[in-house]
Design a protein around this ligand. Structure first.
Ligand code: ADP
Length: 423
């Protein structure tokens, strides 16, 4: 900017700039602190409108909430918000929050909080013209000024395409888990969704997977399946683009009815065919979201040779996705970098464990920058070796997902039992 080369503090323009960037910094901190109370943040995107993106976002949120998770659903479609309608919340107004300048999301159920521009406009049918920067401003407020509280998941329903809204949310949302991309099987939709995947790749947003919606129709009378549009296009495209495929959802009239009556489909028609398909997808998504990226040994340079270590590095032995109670039997190690002061996770890497030769693990973990090991149990010889390598060991941790363990460790609520090693 015009002040960047000038160091004259007495200049009016300079101080105006100074305070603006100070405000920005404070706003950024406020947003980050609010978002740090949210576990996983998932964006739902599509190339085109009308493919069922909002339906998928709404049912994903519903299903997670029904399973006991605390969920926020944020509709950032500023021009045509459809989330209020899907939950029969049209006409609801967001109330002022407890803190200054904040608002409360609308509660659909104790586990599901919803926010949409529809709750802020005086009239549902008001046409509002938003320019790009204003859109970014309102999305920032949705993240910073809405009292979301502690959530397990924030699901963001973005308008179709790759315009201002998806770009803003990607720029503003700290540490998103990634995107679920919804398409229908027709070629036209597939062509557009490729743009969406390329957008995600360009902005470093992980693609959690592709969902093919409106994939075939099961006749309610005779049970035969009719592929109204072509079928399998989503899966083929996902393979071509090297992104995970999460599954397909058939056309189901109950989905339309549920949508029109403002009742979440998965809540109303839990046992029906499309609900089972939905649940499969959600299960896969939960697994993808919790599995950390497995990288090969070559991808990660040992810290000694300059790999970026982002804070204190906690190593957790893992088997079957959970902490392995027996240190020596693990399949991989999660290396989780944490900021001990802010008490937050900065990054996670998962490495296949090396051959289990006696004495090798302590040196290997030392080489990979581990400062602390949290494990179920460990033999006394290994303990001595870690001590010699300056690595602290916490034993008797419960079998759970590595990130969950680290979160409770940071919160000071992790309980340690006995050394689970029996030799
Ligand atoms: P988008 O968010 O992509 O614009 P919506 O989620 O609003 O799309 O869905 C568009 C319409 O299609 C809605 O009326 C919705 O009820 C309907 N719909 C979505 N998925 C299905 C499906 N699998 N079977 C039948 N109707 C569907």
């Amino acid at each position: 900017d015009e002040c960047s080369g000038c160091h004259d503090d007495s200049c009016a323009s300079h101080s105006a700039h100074g305070s603006a960037s100070n405000d920005e910094l404070l706003a950024k901190q406020a947003l980050e602190s609010r978002m740090s109370r949210i576990g996983r943040k998932i964006l739902v995107l599509s190339g085109k409108g009308g493919v069922g993106k909002s339906t998928v976002a709404a049912n994903l949120a519903t299903s997670l909430a029904l399973s006991g998770k605390k969920v926020g659903l944020l509709d950032i479609d500023i021009h045509g918000p459809s989330i209020p309608q899907l939950f029969n919340l049209t006409g609801q107004k967001a109330q002022l929050g407890d803190e200054e300048h904040t608002i409360r999301p609308v509660e659909f159920s104790p586990n599901l909080k919803v926010m949409s521009i529809g709750f802020l406009l005086p009239n549902q049918d008001d046409a509002v013209i938003w320019r790009g920067p204003l859109k970014m401003g309102i999305i920032r407020q949705f993240l910073k000024d809405v009292e979301w509280g502690d959530l397990d998941y924030l699901i963001v329903d973005s308008p179709p395409g790759t315009g201002d809204e998806p770009l803003s949310i990607v720029q503003l949302l700290p540490n998103p888990d990634g995107a679920v991309i919804v398409t229908t099987p027709q070629q036209l939709s597939i062509d557009d969704v490729k743009k969406c995947i390329n957008f995600a790749k360009k902005v470093n947003l992980k693609v959690l997977g592709v969902v093919e919606n409106m994939s075939g129709f099961v006749c309610p009378d005779c049970g035969s399946k009719i592929d109204i549009f072509s079928k399998g296009g989503g899966e083929k495209m996902a393979a071509e683009m090297s992104v995970p495929y999460l599954g397909s959802i058939p056309i189901d009239k109950n989905i339309v009815d549920a949508c029109e009556n403002g009742k979440p489909y998965l809540q109303e028609f839990a046992g029906s065919g499309a609900a089972l398909a939905f649940n499969d997808i959600i299960k896969k998504l939960e697994d993808t979201a919790t599995a950390s990226v497995i990288v090969t040994e070559e991808d990660v340079k040992p810290t000694e040779k300059g790999a970026p270590k982002l804070g204190t590095r906690i190593a957790i032995p893992v088997a079957g996705g959970n902490l392995s109670a027996h240190f020596g039997h693990c399949e991989s190690f999660s290396l989780i970098d944490v900021d001990m002061e802010k008490k937050e996770i900065i990054g996670t890497v998962s490495l296949p464990s090396p051959d289990h030769q006696p004495g090798l693990l302590p040196a290997w973990l030392h080489e990979h920058g581990a400062d602390l090991i949290i494990t179920g149990g460990m033999g006394s010889h290994a303990l001595d070796l870690f001590a010699q390598n300056g690595i602290e060991v916490c034993m008797g941790a419960p079998v759970d997902k590595p990130e969950a363990i680290v979160k409770s460790y940071l919160a000071g609520t992790l309980t340690f039992g006995d050394n689970a090693c029996d030799h």
